[in-house]
Design a protein around this ligand. Structure first.
Ligand code: CTP
Length: 409
């Protein structure tokens, strides 16, 4: 589910002339679905790749290509349309942004509708470059992107992978979902405020094998942990994500370790948390595992109908906490606050995030969450029901505030 932050927002989408221009069609569709008003501005070379009609049909608004719209040329409407659109917009996204457009906007050139609007923008701008690897990595483009970032524009870097030229390297436009998450982050007012911060995040369930076919698992999907990892990375953090089985895909830039059981997660966690200053334990770890894992499928006839279990170690207890900030999660069905507070002190945590299974929009298998965050110094703050991505960002705010109050950056 998309963050609710798009609803009612006016978004300008600038599309420039690259192969990835077709991906911008999906962006328009998703933004519209999430309740945003979308105006597409194309460069004339973008119109060589995708017909403007596609964008006008998807956005429900005329596509702007020329600096002087038709009715302005005829003198019927002489206005400052570009100033009006730029003033009213909540956000401008340029995706894909070619090296040519990046160069123009770095130097203040305003020779087409897109660059004119960019120069008149007061609200934030998200720039998503895409190019062939040599063009993307050229000294001019690298310096231009650095300059734009220094000026406060948000740059979502291109990804590595197979490029239209057949070459492999950095230059691909990120997936639509990632652009939308970056846009949500920018709309929420975030820049790269976590640059230099290193986090370990665990996510998903643990699967404890019984035999080659069966396992003991739980209903965690991993969405909360993946959302925290994405939100932190978008804000500039270095993120190590350790995940039990999950359908979600992490951003390619994260250091990702896929695990299955609690014991595998423990090993990865001990290594990772040694390298980072913040550990967030969003994983739903099984308390017990089968005492013996059968290497052959257990047959009905030979089974006693019960499985002997042995206790898993507490993963939080196995990490070194000195000088670090450790955040746990608690999912309770009864005596929620008392149980969460007990875990906070027993596990030696700095913070615990309580989600209640009694709340329909919170917990497993739902895209939203509502949580209460308790801190070791007696603090209690609620984050009302919203998308897990927004909960993730507000939780990161609280973690950084808590660290600041203890003199950590
Ligand atoms: N956790 C852990 N190791 C375990 C079990 C849980 O590190 N073996 C972590 C979870 O990742 C979570 C926190 O501890 O951050 C609380 O998990 P929860 O399952 O609610 O706590 P338990 O200690 O297992 O208590 P219980 O299941 O009895 O409620």
């Amino acid at each position: 589910m998309l963050p609710e932050v798009f609803s009612g927002k006016k978004i300008l989408l600038g599309v420039t002339g690259g192969i990835a221009a077709y991906k911008a069609c999906l962006l328009v569709r998703e933004l519209k679905k999430s309740g945003a008003e979308v105006h597409v501005i194309m460069t004339s070379s973008a119109a060589e790749f995708v017909a403007p009609l596609t964008f006008s049909a998807l956005s429900g608004n005329p596509v702007i290509i020329n600096i002087f719209p038709e009715n302005q040329k005829s003198g019927s409407s002489l206005g400052t349309w570009h100033i009006d659109l730029a003033l009213e917009a909540d956000l401008m996204i340029i995706a894909p942004a070619t090296v040519n457009t990046i160069a123009k906007i770095t130097y203040g050139i305003a020779d087409n509708a897109l660059t004119v609007l960019f120069s008149a923008m007061r609200s934030p701008v998200l720039i998503c470059p895409a190019a062939d690897m040599d063009m993307y990595n050229s000294p001019a483009s690298t310096e231009n992107l650095d300059t734009l970032e220094r000026r406060g524009y948000y740059i979502l870097p291109a990804e590595a992978g197979e490029l239209a030229s057949g070459l492999k390297g950095v230059g691909r436009l990120p997936e639509t979902e990632k652009i939308l998450e970056a846009a949500a982050s920018v709309l929420m007012g975030y820049k790269k405020d976590l640059t230099g911060t290193k986090l370990t995040i665990t996510a998903g369930p643990s699967y404890e094998d019984i035999d080659p076919v069966r396992f003991i698992g739980n209903r965690s999907t991993g969405l909360m942990g993946y959302s925290i990892a994405k939100a932190a990375w978008l804000r500039g953090a270095e993120v190590e994500l350790i995940s039990g089985p999950s359908v979600y895909t992490p951003y390619p830039e994260l250091k990702f370790t896929k695990v299955r059981s609690a014991l595998e997660m423990q090993k990865a966690l001990i290594e990772s948390s040694g390298r980072t200053e913040i550990t967030i334990m969003a994983a739903a770890v099984a308390d017990f595992r089968p005492a013996v894992v059968s290497d052959k499928k257990i047959k009905k006839e030979s089974s006693a109908g019960s499985i002997a279990l042995t206790e898993n170690p507490d993963l939080i207890a196995s990490i070194q906490k000195q000088g670090k900030t450790i955040v746990g999660f608690a999912l309770e069905t009864d005596n929620e606050e008392a149980n969460a507070l007990k875990k906070l002190s027993k596990k030696g945590l700095d913070m615990i995030v309580l989600n209640s299974l009694n709340d329909a929009g919170s917990g497993f298998e739902v895209p939203t969450n509502a949580v209460t965050v308790f801190t070791s110094d007696g603090g209690k703050k609620e984050i009302g029901r919203t998308s897990k991505f927004e909960v993730a960002n507000r939780l990161l705010d609280q973690i950084m505030d808590y660290r600041k109050s203890y003199g950590k950056s």
